[in-house]
Design a protein around this ligand. Sequence first.
Ligand code: PLP
Length: 216
Amino acid sequence: MSAHLASLQGRIAAACRDARRNTEDVTFIGVSKTRAAEDIRPLLAAGLRHFGENRVQEAADKWPALRAQYPDITLHAIGRLQSNKAASAVALFDVIHTLDRVKLADALSDEMQKQNRPLPCFIQVNTGDEKQKGGIAPDALEDFYAYCTKTRNINVTGLMCIPPADDIAALHFALLKKYAARLGLSALSMGMSADFESALRLGATHIRVGSALFSG
Ligand SMILES: *Cc1c(COP(=O)(O)O)cnc(C)c1O
């Protein structure tokens, strides 16, 4: 298990060297969705502290026990969030990557105030304009960003995308970087098992890696 972690850390270091970037500027998020606590423990023992989950209920079932043992973990919400789950999401997670619509911004902002947990958030952008996928449409991004930050006081730190499966991921990473630069945002949550090296070349600060971490 941690053999995969060591090999991924080597690949990240190499990609950062090629791009003349510091590895310290990259947050490696182990995507632990569908993985049992027994499979997560070796990664915790090896020192990994950032994890991503895509379902609130699953995270609620798995993480409180692990967190009791490792209080310094950071849990990232990377899946589509329903606004009626905002209360548990704000209580459980430390970073939200999938802020993508007004109703969710309202619900999260209300809960973050109520719980006094102003979580850093990424706005998810639907760079491929895919109907079935979450994310704000690129042409609505600027207004949505203003709404989140000015009207709702949300701490938006960056942008996130999931490129269409049948497209060249690098094109979407470059687009996301351009959108972030326009808004003056530096954090970029992009890159998964198949394409994190390309994402790192294009400025990813948060990569989300699941299958390559757990099954090589
Ligand atoms: C599952 C998932 C990942 C990890 O994907 P892998 O290809 O297994 O690395 C990353 N981001 C999101 C949003 C996911 O749902």
